[in-house]
Unconditional design. Structure first.
Length: 78
């Protein structure tokens, strides 16, 4: 199976899985990897699924760090 050679249904499922995982992470603050990996399992191998979710995971973590109160103030309070 070539890397990311997905059909249209599998690609739509992958986009939906990432969307659902990001909504869950934004709402609760965790759980994105669990949802995305479970929904990716039928369409790609596990190492490929892990590689796919690295970028959205890092992006949402950076967004949460810089989207909240100023980082310096937060670190000073802890």
């Amino acid at each position: 199976m070539p890397f990311l050679d997905l059909g249209s249904f599998a690609l739509a499922l992958a986009v939906f899985a990432l969307f659902l995982g990001c909504v869950l992470k934004g709402t609760v603050g965790l759980g994105m990897k669990v949802v995305v990996l479970d929904l990716f399992a039928p369409i790609v191998e596990l190492p490929v699924a892990i590689a796919i979710i690295i970028l959205p995971t890092v992006a949402t973590n950076i967004w949460q760090v810089f989207g909240g109160p100023p980082l310096r103030e937060t670190l000073r309070r802890t």
